[in-house]
Design a protein around this ligand. Structure first.
Ligand code: GDP
Ligand code: IMO
Ligand code: MG
Length: 419
């Protein structure tokens, strides 16, 4: 059996949480493979709404096992708060959640370094969520990190103190006043020790050997990938499909379907390139209608038209097999809907993206579509949807060479049209 992957093709917040929750009944396990509490994955069902940061989005489906993979960085306080909230909704988290011993810990001092570093950057700040993501991954690749499995060692406290002291030394290089708040963190790790901490690479591969279906859940989006995103305005992990292999211990030949999730338009939080960004009333209308405010930080999201060169790039680096379009309903009331089909740079036309999108003057070549001006969430079947809407979809399918498996027309589980 092969593992399927759900991942974002833009700058995050595409609606991965909703789709993972929607697809979960077909799977034995949902496995989050990278990122940390910088993610905010929203789920809506039965008049309930919840935002998940670390726990996989399959947690509300009774018979599904949920794994926090080795590629994830975990803030114990945020994880325990999240588990409390999920338990309050009646879910037995202890029986449905397993955590990789190889996942790294975010320390209180990682968050301080994140904040100090962002402040020191001034105008060039990344726009980090300040959850300590970058410093935690730096310690991982710098071979200094602490892992979930280390919690079980009697040397843990000693190792924690050593790393904390190393962080205090780093903080001396910043003009930054701080206090280290660690009591809640130390309490949270005691609770984490009571959860099911596993050798997840065996759990996953044994499950696949037994023909059990696994859905891998990505966080952020491909344009925030540390290699292929709009560097340096990216996150610190591999958000692309390959990240599912390293973040879970799945061999590349065991990857099956790759579901690429994208919004019918684009959004971005934080700094960095956004060629189709709108700074006018149209962009404001997208933000208002789409309720485009960060699920983790509450920051207003930047908005703009769908960007085909960037979307095709993401499809390429991920090997996307099927597309899922989200938030199509947000465009219900627009007279004209635009898609960026090419970039013009120094008078030359490109359908590819440049090396440094952040510092390249890009003129956009748009194709305009007539708006459908219909409430598409009223439709249950694709066939009956208005022609103007189908023209938009047909164009995207032809241009990307991929078919749309589903179209999401509202935040609720039920508001999903399968093709
Ligand atoms: P994620 O990080 O990719 O899981 O996405 P977020 O949860 O951060 O952001 C997506 C937002 O859009 C959430 O508020 C969802 O409830 C909402 N949403 C998801 N799908 C749809 C949709 O099809 N239509 C509308 N209007 N909202 C949606
Ligand atoms: P989900 O999984 C949108 C952005 C931040 C910032 C940059 C680096 O909900 O789609 P970091 O905290 O990782 O150092 O921030 O990445 N970012 C996200 N934007 N959705 C996310 O996650 C994001 N996670 C990080 O805004 O620009
Ligand atoms: Mg989000």
């Amino acid at each position: 059996m092969k593992a399927d992957v759900v991942l974002g093709l833009q700058w995050g917040d595409e609606g991965k949480g909703k789709i993972v929750d929607f697809l979960t009944p077909d799977y034995y396990m949902v496995a989050r493979f990278q990122g940390g509490p910088n993610a905010g994955h929203s789920l809506e069902f039965n008049d309930k709404k919840i935002v998940l940061h670390t726990v996989p989005s399959g947690i509300f489906r009774e018979n599904t096992l949920n794994l926090i993979g080795n590629g994830v960085v975990i803030d114990p306080v945020i994880l325990m708060d999240e588990i409390n909230a999920i338990e309050a909704m009646g879910v037995n988290v202890k029986s449905n959640l397993i955590i990789s011993k190889r996942a790294h810990l975010i320390l209180p001092t990682h968050k301080l370094i994140d904040t100090a570093s962002e402040l020191s950057k001034g105008e060039t700040k990344i726009g980090s969520t300040l959850k300590g993501i970058c410093p935690a991954y730096m310690d991982k690749t710098g071979r200094n990190g602490l892992r979930i499995g280390d919690l079980l060692s009697d040397k843990f406290q000693e190792r924690y103190n050593a790393l904390k002291n190393a962080h205090i030394n780093i903080l001396k290089h910043f003009d930054f006043k701080y206090t280290i708040e660690e009591s809640e963190w130390l309490q949270a790790i005691e609770r984490i020790k009571t959860l099911r901490l596993v050798d997840s690479e065996y759990e996953i591969n044994n499950s696949l050997d037994l023909h059990k279906r696994i859905l891998c859940e990505g966080a952020q989006g491909s344009l925030l990938d540390v290699d292929f995103g709009t560097y340096p305005y990216v996150t610190s992990s591999s958000t692309i499909c390959a990240g599912a292999c390293t973040g879970l211990g799945i061999a590349p030949c065991r990857i099956g379907e790759v579901f690429g999730i994208f919004k019918a338009y684009c959004t971005r939080v934080g700094s960095g390139a956004f060629p189709t960004e709108l700074h006018d009333e149209t962009g404001e209308k997208m933000r208002r209608t789409g309720r485009e405010f960060g699920a983790t930080t509450g920051r207003p999201r930047r908005t703009g038209w769908l960007d085909l060169p960037a979307l095709k790039y993401s499809i390429m680096v991920n090997g996307v097999t099927q597309l899922i379009m989200m938030k199509a309903d947000v465009l219900d009331d627009f007279d004209t809907i635009r898609i960026a089909v090419a970039y013009k740079i120094n008078g030359k036309v490109y359908e590819t993206i440049p090396y440094d999108m952040n510092h390249t003057d890009i003129e956009i070549i748009y194709k305009d579509f007539e708006g459908w001006k219909t409430k598409i969430s009223n439709f249950k079947s694709y066939k009956k949807l208005p022609t103007a809407f189908k023209n938009y979809v047909d164009f995207i399918e032809t241009a990307t060479g991929r078919s749309l498996k589903a179209i999401s027309v509202g935040p609720n589980r039920e508001e999903t049209i399968i093709r």
